[in-house]
Design a binder for this molecule. Structure first.
Ligand SMILES: [Zn+2]
Length: 206
């Protein structure tokens, strides 16, 4: 039995190799670590909000879990698939605001609440990989390298589909608007009346 690898003090684990099918030994190594943060260089909360909103408008998340997935397929002299070693290093990125400590407590709290929501979202992305990737152990059965590669790709594609389904069903909570103002997204032309509500009497000067 191979020794348990401890790369860093981050959570990581190695799954024990198991024999899948009559002869293909599949090993799945899933590791987890934190990557560099996504830094929002913003002097105040208003700037932060603008930057976060601009990123969201591009449909980019403020966090991520990436995986440089690789498979090493081994064959014997006859071309039969004998083993597969899958490496799945999960790297999580979360947002950071370097100027946070100098901000009002209320703004810090709004950032922290938002970051926690992003963190919970990315944790689920990791959980999906940790649920899907062990399926390599039973899916990769050969009989040859070509078949093994197709079996590898099928599990990988299913995992990505599961990630997309999660994103379609659940997104992190948005960053709270600055100044405690509740901003209601305008859905159609009838909503323009809400803009006038900021001025209780737009005709007072007439
Ligand atoms: Zn997501």
């Amino acid at each position: 039995m191979p020794g348990k690898q401890t790369l860093t003090d981050q959570l990581d684990f190695q799954q024990d190799p198991v024999t899948a099918g009559p002869q293909v030994k599949v090993t799945v190594n899933i590791t987890e670590r934190m990557g560099a943060p996504l830094t929002f260089d913003a002097a105040n909360y208003e700037e932060l909000y603008q930057q976060v909103a601009a990123r969201a408008a591009q449909r980019k998340e403020a966090g991520s879990v990436t995986c440089d997935l690789s498979a090493d397929l081994k064959t014997d002299a006859s071309g039969a698939l004998t083993a597969a070693v899958i490496d799945a290093p999960l790297v999580t990125m979360l947002p950071a605001w370097p100027q946070k400590a100098r901000q009002p407590q209320a703004d810090q709290a709004k950032f922290d609440a938002w970051r926690a929501s992003v963190e919970a979202h990315e944790t689920t992305h990791r959980d999906i990989y940790k649920r899907e990737y062990p399926k390599f152990k039973t899916a990769i059965v050969g009989p040859d390298e070509k078949a093994g590669d197709a079996q590898f790709k099928a599990v990988s594609a299913a995992a990505e589909a599961a990630q997309d389904a999660f994103d379609a069903s659940s997104q992190p909570a948005p960053l709270a608007a600055p100044g405690g103002i509740i901003q209601v997204p305008r859905r159609n032309a009838t909503d323009v009346t809400t803009a006038a509500s900021a001025d209780p009497d737009p005709y007072a000067d007439l």
